[in-house]
Design a protein around this ligand. Structure first.
Ligand code: FES
Ligand code: FES
Length: 173
């Protein structure tokens, strides 16, 4: 099996690793580097649990080979928080009860963040459309859509953001 040296910047940290040609990005992140915020669900692009940002755009990291990401910047849900300060989307998921088991939440958070970076005031249909590739079996989507709507409001008016706490939603499990 052919191996490749690759470089990634993950949540602001430069990483160098050796991967097989067939290694998926999600496995490189979790198994080789220990970034456990992206979860492995279906491994076939259907559930969204593995979603990260690759050079600023949400991608399902089970659909990307690690070698394809060589030289790229990867952000996981754990990398959204700044120190003890939760990202407004993480804060909103916590406040609006948009998570229960947390398996889907990192992917939801990364997809929602991508949405709000391009559309600051999405309506509920747009939020549902953006999240259609992320599956949650626990909460129903009502609270998740509420959380994204609330985060959009907070991002448009940061003065409404409350002081965050530890244990960021989507920070890894
Ligand atoms: S594990 Fe990647 S989409 Fe399901
Ligand atoms: S909170 Fe999403 S699958 Fe349980």
């Amino acid at each position: 099996m052919t191996s490749h040296d690759i470089n990634l910047t993950v949540d602001g940290t430069d990483e160098e690793l050796i991967v097989e040609a067939r290694t998926l990005l999600v496995h490189a992140l979790r198994d080789e580097l220990g970034y456990t915020a992206p979860n492995v669900g279906c491994e076939s692009g259907k559930c969204g649990a593995c979603t990260v940002h690759l050079d600023g755009e949400a991608v399902k990291s089970c659909t990307v080979l690690a070698v394809q990401a060589d030289g790229s910047e990867v952000t996981t849900a754990a990398g959204l928080a700044e120190g003890d300060d939760l990202h407004p989307i993480q804060q909103a998921f916590r406040e609006e009860h948009g998570l229960q088991c947390g398996y889907c939440t990192p992917g939801m958070v990364m997809t929602a963040t991508d949405l709000l970076e391009t559309e600051s005031d999405p309506d509920r249909d747009e939020i549902r459309t953006a999240l259609k590739g992320n599956v949650c079996r626990c909460t129903g989507y009502q609270n998740i859509v509420d959380a994204v709507e609330s985060a959009a409001e907070d991002l448009r008016d940061p003065n409404t953001v409350e002081t965050p706490t530890e244990n960021p939603p989507g920070g890894g499990n």
